[in-house]
Design a protein around this ligand. Structure first.
Ligand code: EPU
Length: 308
């Protein structure tokens, strides 16, 4: 059944109730690191918790699909765009502060790089692993972002957020979350607003040195200056997706403007105006080739919107 709703009325409702700017037909390519994505019916720049509450109410009343965007660094959004409300966190969610001796409280819209720098500057260790991981804290928690040096879950103490679908606020302690490799177990409708992380004091020079080592390694091994969405596939247990893709001869493989990076095979690069369709076709080609060579089904780390 197709739900009929009045576009102008939804726009009016959002504009009258939210403090943040509302736009219609906003091209989402601007908000993704792949620079791909068609228009969103409604785009809300949420300035405060009240904005999120209003969006939640309208989503429920109008039964509209919704998408929460952080840094847009792990997203492939369809060329047709998003048929619903897209919410992006603005100012009020960017604060990083100490709230105890070695505990920081971080707004979900803060960039991971800001948090890494903040901790290093104040002589606290624990977040160096996040050096070079693009995106925001909210997205990083949702996907339990990490590297071999560590994962978000290693330092998370507690998070706060709002369930868009039931309109309730929650504070959830680490022990009540179900983190696994690249997943927090949180529902799609859960909007993280802030989180607390536990750190340890350390010599700022030593921290800076560790960050520098990680930065250099990533610069050498990943196509950081290109338009990508980070690693496309999860590492299969006991193996590496990048290694499998390279060994099956996919480096340099292309569909339209999308290429398998020649630097790191688990990255797809938007080189020549790739479309979401190009990327999806390339993903299928890689999957088939890896399965044919190794009998391993690669699982996506990249979030496809709307899901196929
Ligand atoms: N490898 C290849 N060919 C390639 C790429 C990698 O043979 O084209 C081999 C490497 O030589 C190495 C192994 O695969 O022996 C692992 O490679 P790497 O050290 O680059 O780590 P990764 O497992 O591919 C993970 C994260 C990255 C993170 C790095 C940092 C996943 C899926 N990826 O990559 O995260 O930056 O560790 O150490 O867990 C992301 O999640 O978006 C992401 C980029």
């Amino acid at each position: 059944m197709t739900r009929i709703f009045n576009i102008d009325l939804v726009f009016k409702e959002l504009s009258e109730n939210c403090f943040g700017k509302i736009s219609m037909n906003e091209r989402l390519a601007r908000y993704t690191s792949l620079r791909i994505g068609g228009p969103a019916w409604f785009f809300v720049r949420a300035l405060c918790l009240k904005d999120i509450e209003h969006v939640g109410r309208i989503i429920k009343e109008e039964e509209l699909p919704f998408l929460i965007i952080g840094g847009g660094t792990n997203l492939l959004i369809s060329d047709e765009g998003f048929p619903g409300i897209v919410v992006k966190l603005q100012e009020a969610f960017h604060k990083v502060e100490f709230i105890g001796n070695a505990i920081i409280r971080v707004g979900a819209g803060s960039k991971l790089s800001t948090v890494v720098r903040f901790c290093a500057k104040h002589g606290f260790t624990g977040m160096e692993f996040a050096e070079g991981i693009p995106g925001t804290i909210g997205g990083a928690i949702k996907g339990n972002a990490g590297t071999r040096e560590g994962e978000v879950k290693d330092r998370l103490i507690e998070l706060s957020g709002f369930d868009l679908l039931n309109g309730k606020y929650y504070k959830i302690g680490f022990e009540d979350l179900n983190f696994t490799y690249r997943s927090s177990g949180l529902k799609e409708s859960f909007f993280i607003t802030e989180a607390k992380f536990g750190l340890e004091p350390d010599d700022p020079l030593k921290i800076a040195k560790r960050i520098d080592t990680i930065r250099k390694k990533r610069k050498e091994s990943q196509p950081l200056s290109e338009k990508t969405a980070g690693c496309v596939f999860k590492n299969p247990t006991g193996n590496f997706a990048g290694l499998l893709i390279e060994k099956s001869g996919c480096k340099g493989m292309a569909v339209g403007g999308a290429y398998v990076s020649s630097i790191h095979a688990n990255f797809i690069v938007n080189k020549d105006g790739a479309t979401a369709t190009d990327i999806l076709k390339l993903i299928e080609k890689i999957r088939k080739r890896v399965f044919k060579c190794f009998g391993i089904e690669l699982e996506l780390e990249l979030q496809i919107v709307p899901p196929c």
